[in-house]
Design a protein around this ligand. Structure first.
Ligand code: ZN
Length: 552
């Protein structure tokens, strides 16, 4: 901006500005001398931003932006640091995870004996008869190299009932008292869509049950969380997300209770990320009766898609595949809902104006879900329905063409190659080149997102970056190198694409005048970093709506 240009002319040249009451607007804050990645194609890099209230007022060079300062504007020198838009985790379970961190034993430990010790310690503080609950257990990450058994759990906790969720969330483990309380014995039949494991030699319960068989436990484990507990859970997870650079997250299996918790946390000033709250399909009738649908809410708490589940999980090897798991010739994984069930629930949601997000991991699960979406769109065409394929892990060219034709959105796991590398061998080298297929999606013109699925996956955006760019796990194994993407592509996937997946691309996801002031200040430039250490880039500050949600 030359000296002859007035401030008004300068501001008028920024398209989004025309919506703002310009004469009154003065920046509260200016960040300058930065290396700002805007994720805006028209102006990919900038040095400075001006912020008024919760929005970006101006983005540009230092001289341009400092020119709009008023005497009251606070100025912060970024010292050349790299800034990106705030990261959007498009599929996660933060409210639920927050509650778990409040109450349950974190079983993300590296040996069965360490897990036993943690459970024993919790049992000592738990009144007789009450459940000892655990989460984030991972059978592939303990040094014993075998899964937990009833005997392990009985040895650690003989008198209290124990129930432990696998990190993937699709299988659970219990001790003898737990099984007795749930009404499961050796003769109990597998329920539809579920499995109760037995020791092949003795026929006795192994300790593990899968998918819908967990309902036996859900019926007897009291969910006695208070309204305050739910708010506290959101508060706790808010801090955990903010320190990694996350400013928005989708609650991928939300309930009306989660919606209330988000509103409570916002009111008490404890909500530090913007929540797009999916609603579990069990509540669909009630939500429709209340006159709600996707999009209701504001930029902090918004009703998301209705959630359906088609097949099993990747980390627990239950996703439904067209070819069997490596070394398990008869194991193709499982379907959780039939195609007719998906269609019946999906049709109701589609006609009522809801976005639909269906959990579909294996190629058979994705094919089934796409068939339902294609049928819905054919029978009742809706403009911009943005059908979502939650995870959308194992794909092929035919599926990708159909995803593109439908305008559907895949939300593949961002950190699995890096963090869950030890499970990748079950899928095989050839199949890995068609999994978490960001390269294929981007080349086809599809808009995939960044998604952690926390607790099953880690939510750290810098880990996602490294995983997506290198396709390398913690031990240096490379899984599916054909699906590598560039650092800049990964940043866009983790920001603007996430905003698109929740119909909020005009509100956030890039650093542009008029958009919400959500950003992250990185300690080092990802383009100058060795790709094998992207995960080590420190997050220095995170901002949501013009306020720092985290400062190192
Ligand atoms: Zn999930």
């Amino acid at each position: 901006m030359s000296n002859g240009t007035t401030r008004r002319e300068f501001l008028g040249s920024l398209a989004a500005f025309s919506l703002l009451p310009l004469e009154q607007e003065r920046p509260d804050l200016i960040l300058y001398n930065g290396n700002i990645w805007t994720v805006n194609d028209k102006e990919p890099r900038a040095q400075a931003v001006a912020i008024a209230g919760d929005r970006f007022l101006a983005v540009g060079s230092d001289s341009d932006v400092l020119n709009v300062a008023s005497p009251a504007s606070k100025k912060i020198d970024l010292g050349g640091k790299t800034v990106t838009p705030g990261f959007i985790d498009a599929h996660s379970h933060p409210a639920e995870a927050g509650l778990m961190h409040l109450r349950m034993v974190d079983c993300d430990l590296r040996s069965i004996s360490a897990i036993q010790a943690a459970l024993r310690e919790r049992a000592a503080k738990t009144p007789p008869g009450e459940w000892v609950l655990g989460f984030k257990y991972d059978d592939t990450k303990t040094e014993e190299g075998r899964p937990l058994t009833v005997a392990d759990l009985d040895a650690a906790v003989p008198d209290h009932p124990v129930h432990i969720e696998h990190r993937g969330g699709h299988t659970v483990y219990a001790n003898s008292v737990g099984f007795r309380k749930a009404g499961i014995d050796e003769k109990t039949l597998d329920p539809p869509g579920g499995k109760i494991d037995h020791d092949p030699a003795t026929g006795k319960l192994s300790g593990r049950v899968a998918e819908s068989a967990n309902a036996f436990f859900e019926k007897v484990i009291p969910h006695n969380f208070t309204r305050d507990d739910h708010r506290e859970g959101v508060k706790l997870i808010s801090k955990m997300l903010a320190r990694t650079g996350i400013t928005s997250a989708t609650e991928a299996q939300g309930t009306p209770t989660d919606l209330r918790a988000y509103q409570d946390a916002r009111d008490s000033g404890d909500l530090l990320y913007r929540a797009y709250c999916f609603i579990n399909f069990h509540y669909l009738d009630a939500m429709i009766a209340a006159g709600t649908r996707t999009g209701l809410g504001d930029e902090w708490v918004r009703i998301g898609a209705i959630k359906l589940v088609c097949d099993g999980s990747i980390s627990e090897r239950t996703a439904r595949l067209s070819a069997p798991y490596e070394g398990r010739p008869n194991d193709y994984g499982i379907l959780v809902m039939t195609e007719e069930e998906l269609y019946t629930h999906g049709r109701k949601a589609h006609l009522a104006g809801w976005q639909i997000g269906t959990h579909a991991n294996g190629d058979v699960g994705i094919d089934t879900t796409l068939r339902v979406y294609e049928r819905l769109q054919k029978e009742s065409p809706r403009r911009d329905s943005r059908f979502r394929l939650e995870h959308c892990t194992v794909v092929n060219d035919g599926l990708i063409a159909r995803i593109k034709a439908l305008g559907a959105i895949p939300t593949p796991f961002s950190t699995y190659v890096y963090y869950h590398g030890e499970k990748m061998r079950y899928y095989g080298a050839e199949r890995l080149n068609h999994m978490f297929a960001l390269r294929s999606f981007l080349d086809a013109g599809i808009r995939p997102t960044q998604a952690s699925d926390y607790p099953p996956g880690e939510f750290i955006p810098m880990m996602a970056l490294q995983s997506e760019v290198t396709r390398t796990d913690t031990k240096g194994n490379v899984w599916g190198p054909k699906q590598r993407i560039t650092v800049e592509e990964a940043i866009r996937v983790g920001t603007l694409n996430g905003a698109y997946a929740s119909y909020e691309e005009n509100l956030k996801g890039s650093i542009e005048a008029g958009k919400l002031a959500d950003l992250v200040v990185l300690g080092r430039d990802p383009l100058k970093e060795d790709t094998s250490t992207l995960i080590k880039i420190p997050i220095e500050r995170t901002m949501v709506g013009g306020k720092w949600s985290f400062e190192a």
